[in-house]
Design a protein around this ligand. Structure first.
Ligand code: SF4
Length: 372
């Protein structure tokens, strides 16, 4: 496809109203679509903006962007280790639509819909008897909850995608959250720069900048998502002092090759987006075919180190099942530790001794009486 956008296609409301929901319209074979419809609604419905659909490579079933937006009958597969709501958000929702898994942070779910229903979504059951968005009354209760708990300093507007809301609705939420003195920062979690870049209008960017310090966390997963339009959307935010970071998800067939991730991280830096996290895919039911081995994640991290500056290297993390929280996973460069020195493995495999500072070395001498 890759057609030049028309004026109408530049309108984000038009894009949302014309999302493609029929897999055969994006080239899925009718018998596969039939297998999906026979799943009895077990599969997360498809929704793709015409903009994102224009980035797909026609006729290529292995197109990484297609894998991220087209449903797959494999999603009906059940595995013992996969769960419904693996990160236990429902149990951590003191108010329907507010999730609190860490002492200092709270997530406000302000919308149930998204421009594109990503196949790997961790909120894939939103609005289906599971997590739900805050109602207007719920939003007031959430404000009271935040006000009464000054230890919550970081509030994240999420969903669904908050940028499916109109500017006015978003601004009234931001204004209300900003009035709480204990809230230091507000983050907005959105894939709109990736899936609906025309949503990031100058007016929206100006409005968001009025409520800073504000951070936008987005999710570019593949270099082809970094189009000129996407880069322009990011630039409108960054030019106004909004920090934009990327939380990619490591997905089989999408970005599991080290070279792909390197290209993505380089592109993100060029677009002034800080690669922040690289998530292992959550243990959601139906996502086994998209998951990668931990070793593959570590190999990617090893590949990035030394090929791009530290600024461009995301932290590989797993969001542990059971709502325990995120944990960083790092290649191990420590070979051995002693009181006076640590032996480290360099990127080329050499082992190098790194001495501790003098006081520690003196203390060690006093204890052992000798230094090896
Ligand atoms: S934009 Fe985010 S919340 Fe929406 S479907 Fe994609 S991953 Fe899920």
């Amino acid at each position: 496809m890759n057609r030049a956008p028309t004026k109408r296609q530049d309108d984000w409301r038009w894009q949302l109203a014309h999302r493609i929901c029929d897999p055969t319209a994006l080239g899925m074979a009718p018998h596969r679509a039939c297998a999906l419809s026979e799943s009895g609604g077990a599969v997360f419905p498809m929704a793709v903006t015409p903009y994102y659909a224009s980035l797909l490579q026609p006729g290529d079933p292995d197109d990484p962007l297609r894998i991220m937006c087209l449903p797959d009958p494999k999603e009906t597969r059940r595995c013992e280790h996969l769960r419904f709501d693996p990160i236990d958000e429902l149990r951590h929702s003191p108010i329907p639509g507010l999730v609190r898994r860490y002492p200092d942070r709270a997530v406000l779910l302000v919308s149930t819909s998204c421009p594109v229903n990503c196949r790997h979504c961790t909120r894939r059951s939103m609005g289906k008897g599971h997590l739900t968005a805050l109602t207007p009354e719920g939003f007031q209760s959430a404000l009271e909850y935040l006000t009464e708990r000054p230890e919550i300093r970081d509030v994240i507007l999420s969903g669904g995608d908050p940028l499916t809301l109109e500017d006015r609705a978003l601004e009234s939420m931001l204004r209300a959250v900003r009035k709480i003195p204990s809230v230091d920062i507000v983050r907005v979690g959105t894939r709109a720069p990736v899936t609906l870049p025309m949503r990031v209008t100058t007016e929206l960017a100006n409005m968001l900048a009025r409520h800073g310090p504000l951070y936008v966390n987005t999710q570019f997963n593949h270099p082809r998502e970094l189009t000129g339009q996407a880069a322009d959307a990011v630039a409108r935010l960054v030019d106004r002092g909004i920090v934009v970071s990327n939380q990619a998800v490591l997905l089989r067939g999408v970005n599991d090759r080290p070279e792909t991730m390197l290209e993505l991280c380089r592109g993100l830096l060029r677009a002034r987006v800080r690669p922040y996290y690289l998530f292992l895919c959550d243990l959601w039911e139906g996502l086994e075919h998209l998951r990668t081995r931990v070793d593959e994640g570590l190999a990617i991290m090893e590949h990035l180190r030394g090929r791009i500056s530290g600024m461009g290297i995301p932290q590989l993390v797993a969001d542990l099942p059971g709502g325990i929280g995120k944990v960083p996973i790092s290649p191990n460069h420590i070979v051995a530790r002693y009181p006076d020195r640590t032996v480290l493995r360099a990127l080329d495999g050499r082992e190098v001794t790194y001495p501790e500072p003098e006081p520690a070395r003196r203390k060690d001498r006093a204890i052992s009486g000798s230094t090896p």
